[in-house]
Design a protein around this ligand. Structure first.
Ligand code: AP5
Length: 223
């Protein structure tokens, strides 16, 4: 059985959390838990949670902690994540971080590390402006850095590629503000617990991934 592993990816919107989570999943074979993806699926299916979350998401604010914690806890109780997972976009507040710690302890599990993808706001704005997602699968592309074979068409299923509702410039500005105010305190939170690893998030996705692999390999070797 694989050694348990719980990796948290922290970073501003567009830092590359989803991109790196996918690579880590493909290599390490641990599932991804992405609260953004779960919330978007709920919005698409017009569930009660989706209806409650939609206005917060479209406005660039965080969905309230009680809703997100309940949703994430339910996901983290599922069998496929019992040996660990890659957390993308959760936690995002210290309240959520406490809830995560509590939930993992219940399963005698712990956080392996929190990887902070360090990226400037200017880089974020450029990355988000070029992001396109598949209307059906949510698969993400970038018009320059990760383009589809045919512009505007998903390689996986041929569906149309669109701008995410919360990727409009005014909403991105708000999301960055929210990140600095409400999520950046997690940097201290995990530093104090000696769990934080800063990763230079600049350069190509492969260059960033290599830095993550070096950090995670060293951590696993010393565990
Ligand atoms: P969520 O979906 O989590 O969005 P986010 O954190 O804002 O992150 P993004 O998905 O925008 O970016 P990313 O870091 O994954 O970057 P990506 O890899 O796509 O959350 C959306 C909303 O849901 C939130 O605003 C909030 O309302 C709500 N929510 C979610 N979780 C919540 C929680 N825990 N609590 C409360 N509310 C919550 O990359 C971006 C683009 O750049 C892509 O096009 C990619 O191809 C490209 N790219 C990636 N890496 C590179 C690179 N190295 N160089 C060049 N281009 C790159």
């Amino acid at each position: 059985m694989a050694t348990p592993l719980n990796l948290i990816l922290i970073g501003p919107p567009g830092a590359g959390k989803g991109t790196q989570a996918t690579r880590l999943r493909d290599e390490l074979r641990f599932p991804i838990v992405s609260t953004g993806e779960i919330l978007r699926a709920n919005v698409t299916n017009a569930t009660r949670l989706g209806i409650a979350a939609q206005a917060h998401m479209n406005g660039g604010s965080l969905v309230p902690d009680d809703l997100v914690v309940a949703m994430a806890t339910e996901r983290l109780e599922q069998q496929d994540v019992s040996a660990g997972c890659i957390l993308d976009g959760f936690p995002r507040t210290t309240v959520q971080a406490d809830a995560l710690m509590h939930q993992l302890l219940k399963r005698r599990n712990t956080i392996t590390c929190a990887l902070l993808l360090d990226t400037s706001d200017a880089e974020i704005i450029a990355r988000i402006a070029g992001r396109r997602i598949c209307v059906e699968t949510g698969h993400s592309y970038h018009v320059e850095h990760a383009p589809p074979t045919i512009p505007g068409v998903c390689d996986q299923d041929g569906s149309a590629l669109v701008l995410r509702d919360d990727d409009k410039p005014s909403v991105v500005e708000k999301r960055l503000e929210v990140y600095h105010e409400q999520t950046a305190p997690l940097i201290d939170y995990y530093s104090h617990r000696k769990l934080l690893h800063r990763i230079d998030g600049t350069g190509s996705p492969s260059e960033v991934y290599e830095r993550i692999v070096v950090a995670v390999t060293a951590l696993r070797a010393s565990a």
